[in-house]
Design a protein around this ligand. Sequence first.
Ligand code: OAD
Length: 258
Amino acid sequence: MRVSEETTTWTPERVAEPGRWLAEAHRVVALTGAGISAESGIPTFRGAGGLWKGRDPMSMATPQAFARDPEEVWEWYDWRRGLVLGCEPNPGHQALAELADLVPDFLLVTQNVDGLHQRAGSSQVVELHGNLFRLGCWACCGHEETRVDHPLDPRPPRCPCGALQRPGVVWFGEALPEDAFPRAHRAAAAADLFLVVGTSSVVYPAAGLADVALAAGARVVEVNPQPSRAGVARALAGPAGEVLPALLRAAQKFRESG
Ligand code: OAD
């Protein structure tokens, strides 16, 4: 369901109350998507600008694409690594890193594979879809490694077991990393407040986490220039790089005055 933008546009007044909820909450979960990295210069997946280097991400992010043409898919992921290494975390990432110090129990769950939350200082990050800088084994021997050099190799390198290495991300049709989703689900079910930031909420199971939180009685606050979730306590239409710092300031102000 689309929510009217007129009634949701963020203002300092509309942020004050969710700021208080944040300041009072014990358990907060933030779920982020590609939109939080948009202001760092990384394109989102859907909508305008959803073509990456002339390719549709949805046609490249599959095991079938890698099986068909490992070099093309590898080259595309290496291009993405280079793109991300040339970008910096933005005030939205930084505000979430600071929120972790404000809330007694805070968990950051991301669908992003760019590592910008960690570079902004977030230490506890559940990466539902893996990470661009991690390499895995295409033959599933279990070997994993992290490499931040770029360009990496023109072709997929070899795993110690002899098979090709693959990007350590979750492709369409694959299971999420073993511990990631159960941990996110448990936190969502126990949250007082659930922030949904910069995601179109169409890819499951991540998109269902806000529903888990809602069903368990949490307040859900959405931050997105085009809010789309039903049942939220507050939709704040605007860029995460503006809204999240304002939300953090509102929560800090409430704490200081209380
Ligand atoms: P999408 O590209 O589907 O959605 C990005 C969302 O960010 C949209 O709702 C935009 O309105 C919003 N947005 C744009 N600019 C923003 C800003 N400055 N601040 C806040 N929000 C902004 O990306 P995701 O929802 O993350 O999965 O996509 C989910 C998954 O689909 C990805 O993790 C990826 C993709 O296929 C895999 O690769 C498995």
